[in-house]
Design a protein around this ligand. Structure first.
Ligand code: SAM
Ligand code: DTB
Ligand code: SF4
Length: 345
């Protein structure tokens, strides 16, 4: 195993663009080398999503089926009752997820909503799951309240490069996003922050998005890389499809620039074949959204993911069981995950 390098926060544009310009094999070799210096290469963290408040969002994010401004046929739903959230969390845990992420289609939460979310966080945590929520912009006191409730991660994506941002969202600024991320950090929570590719951005935009993430004062512990899920009725429906290898390159470069972060192969897996997902894991993705739904769109069936893990000899991170087909086609369940416990964010 090669020596672990120090994490850099001073990436220059030219350097990141040079990574994007590397021959594919050279890039993947470098990414896999970095990956192996910091993580068990065969362990993948499983997070399950639940939309706890759906649709009718006042923001105008051009990719999002939940904006009130677009006709997507989505049925709006008010904040979900606690019991229903707990049922979904228990199911996620029974299926093998270690983190439960609750998403609300808000610009920012109202204080009385926050109380209910705090209750959800406490209950889900008590079930032995890591907790993550994504509720839009947070003020300092709101971040502190969530931290006091025991919330582990806050998800808030920068989505794209600062330069491309206003093409995608006009109802808030890139600086607003950074401010919330700062509030989350100051409150002592872990950060889940990434973006989306396939929104008509240039390769330079992809490089700049990763550069902002890597150059944050502390890199996000969790970096979701989403491929745009095109939803009819949203302005980005019909955007030019991304070359799948450019998606893999984005993952690989995220891995190289953020060597200690979990890089999540996030939305978009239903439109990827197994071979492409395997390349993403080789490029250093070590987390997925697991469960048959993302927020409002679909995700691969649990069985399909279990089969994929088995075929690739991947194991869910933080669990005692490894499911790997051996020569006779049998499954062995090995105990002990100490080797990758140390690598957990
Ligand atoms: N409203 C909150 C916010 O925007 O921060 C939280 C929920 S929002 C749905 C969470 C993230 O989901 C977005 O920042 C975006 O990165 C991702 N997302 C939403 N729609 C998507 C789509 N169609 N394809 C890929 N990612 C998407
Ligand atoms: C993230 O980066 N991706 C997730 C989660 N964080 C909240 C959301 C993906 C949403 C995909 C479209 C949908 O299902 O509505
Ligand atoms: Fe609202 Fe979040 Fe969707 Fe933007 S991404 S429209 S803020 S739910």
């Amino acid at each position: 195993m090669s020596e672990a390098q120090a994490t850099r926060h001073d990436w220059r544009s030219e350097e990141v663009q040079a990574l994007f310009a590397l021959p594919f094999n050279d890039l993947l070799f470098q990414a896999q080398t970095v990956h192996r210096a910091h993580f068990d290469p065969n362990a993948v963290q499983l997070s399950t999503l639940l939309s706890i408040k759906t649709g009718a969002c006042p923001e105008d994010c051009a990719y999002c089926p939940q904006s009130v401004r677009f006709e997507t046929g989505l049925k709006a739903e008010p904040l979900m009752p606690l019991q229903e959230v707990m049922r979904a969390a228990q199911e996620a845990k029974d299926n093998g997820a270690t983190r439960f992420c609750m998403g609300a289609a808000w610009r920012s939460p109202k204080d009385r909503d926050l109380e209910k979310v705090e209750e959800m966080v406490r209950e889900v945590k008590a079930m032995g799951l890591e907790t993550c929520v994504t509720l839009g912009m947070l003020k300092q006191h709101q971040a502190q309240r969530l931290a006091a409730a025991g919330l582990d991660y806050y998800n808030h994506n920068i989505d794209t490069s600062p330069e491309h941002y206003s093409e995608i969202i006009t109802t808030r600024t890139f600086e607003d996003r950074l401010e919330t991320l700062g509030n989350v950090r100051d409150a002592g929570m872990k950060v889940c922050c990434g973006g989306i590719v396939g929104m008509g951005e240039s390769p330079t935009d992809r490089a700049e998005m990763l550069r902002v993430l890597a150059n944050l004062p502390e890199q996000p512990e969790s970096v979701p890389i989403n491929e745009l899920v095109q939803v009819p009725g949203t302005p980005l429906d019909g955007a030019a499809p991304l070359d799948p290898f450019d998606f893999v390159r984005t993952i690989a470069i995220a891995r190289i620039m953020m060597p200690r972060s979990h890089v999540r192969l996030s939305a978009g897996r239903t439109q990827m074949n197994d071979e492409l997902q395997a390349l993403c894991f080789f490029a250093g993705a070590n987390s997925i959204f697991y469960g048959e739904r993302l927020l409002t769109t679909s995700n691969p069936q649990n069985d399909k993911d279990r089969q994929l893990f088995q075929r690739l000899g991947l194991k869910p991170e933080g669990q005692g069981a490894v499911v790997k087909a051996d020569a006779c086609g049998d499954h062995h369940h090995h105990a002990g995950v100490a080797e990758h416990a140390a690598a957990t964010a």
